[in-house]
Design a protein around this ligand. Structure first.
Ligand SMILES: *Cc1c(COP(=O)(O)O)cnc(C)c1O
Length: 383
């Protein structure tokens, strides 16, 4: 099963105020169909990780295909309850006394990051929520330490030497999360390490959660291999419930960030100043870092006209990079940044007081709708 992606943004570009993130419903549905195929073929349940994608205007569509949400704490669990429904699975590196009761009330599953957190809240969970422990499989292929939950001295998950089988009473699940934008081969290896260390505790569990980071909707992802890995695992452990909780794979290539060229200056190279910011609106381009794709643009020097694209904050490093176009850019031109639905608006800041981009949807019927726009009050309320 392959995804066909055809963006239709061009047909409504003139109507869209900038800066604006635009989700294309048709593209989102393509992702969801593939995820549903994985569910149907493998028997796993798939949750939406709200951390990576939380544009809740689209939840009614996602709900048709997926089983619920993976939440990172109280606020995401409330959002899941209000806007998604279905199952809510909450994991947080730490839960606090003043939030735990509400989280337990909202959640179907709660995963603790340590046995000390479980001991602290064990009595509250009894009969109310299915409890899991996050373990650290101590194998990850993430090359960036910032994105490696198994890096040295990681605080995420219990290692096998710290694992306390005598405290497992009441625990129904094990959870690991060690992938980041990875293919099924990486899962196979991490799962192997997980089973080698924690396999003997699996038969007493009701579920195992394979975490997120499965890049299922990427073109080169080996979907059939994933299905086989899950089926084999379920066969080994008496049809145990398996959960996946991808975030990025849901929003992958399903929408864009559209900006306008506001000014063009020259300093050794032409530089376009846009009404958006890499720092505030595409933070992973700086943190990860990665080079964002721009529609109809090539690398520096590849096409006739090269220009540097820059943001509207005062940070010197707030630029997207050098890009080339077939023709000279001019003030008022629109720039389309590709694949900006995941880890963007969920991480935005109002740094420098720059305006947050609006959120819009290109509906399946071809109509464009602005869902939300932001103003001064969004900036002021946060400080
Ligand atoms: C970040 C995270 C996810 C989602 O990861 P993606 O890379 O967006 O698929 C799932 N589970 C946990 C515990 C996470 O921390």
């Amino acid at each position: 099963m392959k995804i066909k992606r055809v963006s239709k943004i061009d047909s409504v570009l003139k109507e869209i105020p900038t800066p604006c993130y635009v989700l294309e419903e048709e593209l989102l549905r393509e992702n969801l169909k593939l995820l549903k195929y994985v569910k149907d073929k493998s028997g796993a349940k798939i949750l939406l990780a709200l951390k990576g994608y939380a544009f809740y205007e689209s939840f009614p569509m996602i709900r048709e295909y997926l089983d619920g949400c993976c939440s990172s704490g109280l606020h995401e669990s409330i959002l899941a309850k209000e806007e998604f429904g279905k199952e809510i699975h909450t994991y947080s590196p730490v839960f606090k006394d003043d939030e735990i009761d509400e989280i337990i009330e909202l959640s179907n599953h709660i995963t603790f990051n340590s046995f000390s957190q479980y001991q602290r809240y064990k009595d509250k969970t009894k009969g109310k929520v299915s409890v899991g422990i996050r373990v650290n499989p101590q194998l990850s292929f993430s090359t960036v330490a910032h994105y490696n939950p198994c890096a040295m001295n990681s605080r995420l998950g219990v290692t096998i030497v710290e694992f306390k089988p005598e405290l497992l009473e009441g625990v129904e699940g094990l959870h690991f999360h060690a992938l980041c934008e990875e293919n099924a081969g990486a899962l196979e290896a991490v799962l192997g390490s997980f089973e080698e260390k924690f396999g003997k505790y699996i038969p007493q569990m009701k579920w195992v959660n394979f975490g997120g980071g499965h890049h299922i909707t990427r073109d080169d992802y080996d979907v059939e291999k994933l299905i086989k890995i899950i089926k084999d695992f379920k066969d080994r452990y008496d049809n145990i419930e398996v959960y996946l909780e991808p975030g990025e794979a849901i929003g992958w290539q399903s929408g864009v960030l559209i900006a306008t060229v506001v000014d063009i200056v020259h300093n050794g190279i032409d530089i376009a100043l846009l009404d958006t910011s890499a720092e505030a609106h595409m933070p992973d381009t700086i943190i990860m870092p990665y080079r964002v794709e721009v529609r109809d643009a090539g690398k520096e020097g590849e096409k006739r006209y090269t220009i540097k694209l820059g943001g509207n904050s005062c940070l010197a490093g707030d630029f997207m990079g050098n890009y080339s176009f077939d023709r000279k850019l001019k003030i008022g031109d629109k720039i389309i940044f590709e694949d900006q639905m995941h880890y963007t608006f969920v991480k935005n800041t109002t740094f420098n007081g720059v305006r947050l981009p609006s959120l819009g949807i290109l509906r399946e019927n071809g109509e464009y709708e602005t869902i939300k726009s932001f103003d001064y009050n969004d900036y002021k309320r946060r400080i």
